[in-house]
Design a protein around this ligand. Sequence first.
Ligand SMILES: [Zn+2]
Length: 288
Amino acid sequence: MNQFIKQLWRAAILLSVSLILLSCVKKKAAHVILPPQVLASIDRQNIPVDNHVTQNIPILMYHYVGAVPQNQKNNLVRQDLTVPLSYFEEQLSWLSNEHFVTTTLDSVARLTAYKSGKKYAVLSFDDGYDDAYTNVFPLLKKHKFIGSFAIITDFVGRDGYMTWAQIREMSDAGMEIVSHSVSHKEMTLLSPKTLQYEIRQSKKILEKMLGKTINVFIYPSGFFNASVEDELLKSGYVAARTTKSGVAQSVDNPYELPAVRIHGAVDMGKFSQLIDRMMKKTIDSPVF
Ligand SMILES: [Zn+2]
C-alpha cells in the first residue's frame, strides 16, 4: 500500500513538472521572432531571466498640435485630432518633471528587452503636418525631448504639410523621421506590387533626402496584416507602429507596436492618469 502511495506521488510530481514545462514552452512560443537587425543588437536570447522583465514604454500618438483653424471649428474629428498648444506644453512639462526620457520608435524594440532603470516614452506625430515644425519642434527642443515624425513622402511640400527643408532641419536636430508610406493608402487593400512600392519607395526617398537609414513604418490609418508585416521585414524595416491601444512591452511584436492616442480633450488630469496606468500595466492585464 505504502509503495502504491509512493508511486502515486511520483506520478503526480512528474505530471506537475511536465505541466510546468509545457506551460513554459507555450509561453516561449508566444514570444515573437525579432528581425535579424534587432536581434543582432540586443541578443534577447542571452538576457538572464531576471533581467528579461517587462519595461513599459508609452508611445503617445499625436496628429495636430495648435489651434483648430476657423473654417474647421465645427469639425468634431478635427477637434479630436488637435491638441491645444497649452495642453501640449503642459504635457511636456509633466513628462519632464516625472523624469521621462523620450526615445525613438527605432529603439523601442531594443529597449523593451531590458529593465533599464529609466522611464521611456515616445512622442509620435502622424502625417507630417506643418504644425509639427512650427509648434511641436520648438517645444521639444525647449524640453530637450525628441519626437518621432511620420512622413507621407508624396504629401511633402503640399499646403498644410512640412517641406523637405523643414523635415531635414528636424532630422539634423536629432528628431526621428519615419515612413508613413508614399500616399497614405490602406496597406491591406493593395496589390503585392503596390504594397511593395508604398513601403520601399517611401524608405528610399526619405533615406535619399535625409542621408539616414529609415527603420520604422507607421501603418496609414492603422491597417495592417501578415502580408504587410512580411513586406516590411523583407524591405529592411525593424519596427512598425499601429493604432492599437496599449503600451509597448518586452513581448510585443516590433511590427505591431501599440500606441495611445492623445485626444484634443485630454487635459492634464486625464493625461497623467493615462500615463500612470500605462506604466503600471503588466503583460497579462487587459489593455484599457
Ligand atoms: Zn496617417
